[in-house]
Design a binder for this molecule. Structure first.
Ligand code: AMP
Ligand code: ZN
Length: 467
């Protein structure tokens, strides 16, 4: 499998360190509903995990839940997002975290995103974070000022290697400086000393406080995946600050490389701009449902764009995805119902093409094209089965949907038959049971004159509209 590594800025062959593939994915900050932009990133994570599994790897995956310490500004200022939301809703931050975590998992399920093997909460790993910061301080990478403990980026030689920014650019890019005690404007908080009104706070060697957002991911990834692991994922917005800071912390701690492959997914845009909670231009899965779209239709919408390309969200795009997915399921239902055999080499050739696409840096749009091409083959259950195999990666629940589409079509056909014709069919059935074949024939002709065809099948009769 080839993947694009943000660290090297090129596609590389994936080679695991050994044993299970160890993978960390930055999870949600649970102060509000996750929006469909966030879910684009988790759909990407899911696709990556599914391709790895498809290739036979076992995965040891970890995703965090940020339930403390993510401040409103990336410059370590502003209120804690959890605390702000708690105040607004007159609840405790823990209640807020529980509520929005549950909503997040419900949406993940609807989107058919398989959860990583381990989900970890920041508030349950405070001691690990304190120990981590203590070590960084002992090693000379951290210093204390009046509002917290900060990482000294100038002490760490490799700062900026992920985003390709040099220290000068990082400093110039740092937000308007409000804290002149910091050695360097781009130094970031490892631990913040809490003001009295900060609800979530813990004892530490530096007084009562709470962790910085970046140390959370470093502490939890190292705890569960070790000091050197295979893959780290997240959205592209995390490259210049959050992930740059994770690298600085980890490598300062261990003196060595910590993650082999950094893989990032591009943004979901709306009207050509960023979709984000702060801009209030975001939609949730529930809002899509209220407008008549299913979560799987949104998943399908995302699959049509490569994860490293920006994707513009529009309702026209969703309409297109909806129609295409319904058509896909209807076609699959027809394949499923056919007893015709397709030679193995034909389905195998499509599968090979599909495998190559997904293994080429997750080229899912190309892989979908292969599926659509295959569905144009003569209707055959073998094609249906090959499509289900591809769905192990696509995750569109094609088995369940094709079954519903199947039933749906039959039920729809049944509804279109007038009672008068159904009665004729019943009478004909009785005539046949009486061995009165002349009457049975007359009744069939009568139905045909009215535009309906009665066909005997092994399960009884089928009525269809004469074309
Ligand atoms: P947050 O809950 O804000 O920490 O974000 C959770 C994940 O969603 C992160 O990996 C972000 O990079 C990602 N993300 C945020 N906004 C978008 C967007 N508009 N499109 C895609 N991913 C996003
Ligand atoms: Zn993170």
């Amino acid at each position: 499998m080839k993947v694009f590594n943000t660290l090297s800025r090129r596609k590389e062959d994936f080679a695991p360190i050994g044993g299970d593939v160890r993978m960390y994915s930055c999870g949600p900050t649970v102060y509000s509903y996750a929006h469909i932009g966030n879910f684009r990133t988790y759909i990407f994570m899911d696709l990556l995990r599914r391709v790895l599994k498809y290739d036979g790897y076992k995965i040891n995956g970890v995703m965090n839940i940020t339930d403390v310490g993510h401040l409103l500004s990336d410059g370590d200022t502003g209120e804690d997002k959890m605390q702000k939301s708690a105040k607004e809703q007159n609840k405790s931050p823990y209640e807020i975290a529980d509520f929005y975590s549950a909503a997040f998992f419900e949406d993940m399920k609807k989107l058919n995103i398989d959860l990583p093997e381990r989900i970890v909460k920041a508030t349950e790993h405070i001691q690990e974070m304190i120990d981590y910061v203590k070590t960084l301080q002992e090693k000379g990478y951290a210093y204390e000022i009046s509002d917290g403990i900060y990482f000294d980026i100038e002490k760490f030689g490799g700062y900026g290697k992920l985003s390709g920014a040099n220290l000068g650019e990082q400093i110039a890019g740092a937000r308007v400086e409000v804290n002149d005690e910091k050695h360097n404007p781009a130094d970031f908080a490892l631990w913040k000393k809490a003001e009295k009104e900060h609800i979530m706070q813990w004892d530490s060697p530096w007084g009562s406080g709470y962790p910085g957002w970046h140390i959370e991911c470093s502490a939890m990834s190292i705890k569960y995946l070790g000091r050197h692991f295979d893959i780290h994922t997240g959205g592209v917005d995390h490259i210049p600050i959050h992930h740059e800071n994770e690298i600085a912390q980890n490598e300062a701690l261990t003196g060595d490389k910590s993650v082999n492959y950094w893989i990032h997914s591009e943004f979901l845009l709306v009207d050509g701009g960023k979709m984000s909670k702060s801009l209030k231009n975001n939609y949730t899965v529930k809002q899509l449902e209220e407008r008549g779209y299913t979560a799987l239709e949104y998943r399908f919408f995302c699959l049509n764009a490569h994860y490293r390309k920006k994707l513009n969200f529009t309702f026209e795009g969703m309409d297109g995805a909806k129609t295409a997915l319904i058509r896909l399921n209807n076609t699959l239902a027809l394949h499923k119902a056919s007893a015709v055999r397709t030679p193995l080499e034909i389905t195998a050739a499509y599968k090979k093409e599909f495998d190559e696409a997904v293994n080429d840096d997750l080229n899912i749009p190309l892989a979908l094209g292969v599926l659509f091409k295959m569905l144009k083959e003569k209707k055959s259950e073998d094609v249906y089965k090959a499509a289900l195999d591809m769905d192990r990666i696509l995750g569109l629940r094609l088995d369940a949907s094709a079954a519903t589409a199947d039933k749906g079509e039959a039920a729809e056909a049944e509804d279109n038959i007038p009672d008068e014709i159904k009665l004729i069919a019943e009478k004909r059935k009785a005539a046949k049971a009486d061995k009165n074949y002349a009457l049975a024939d007359t009744l069939r002709k009568e139905a045909e004159e009215k535009g309906y065809k009665i066909i005997d099948t092994k399960d009884g009769v089928e009525i269809s509209i004469l074309k």
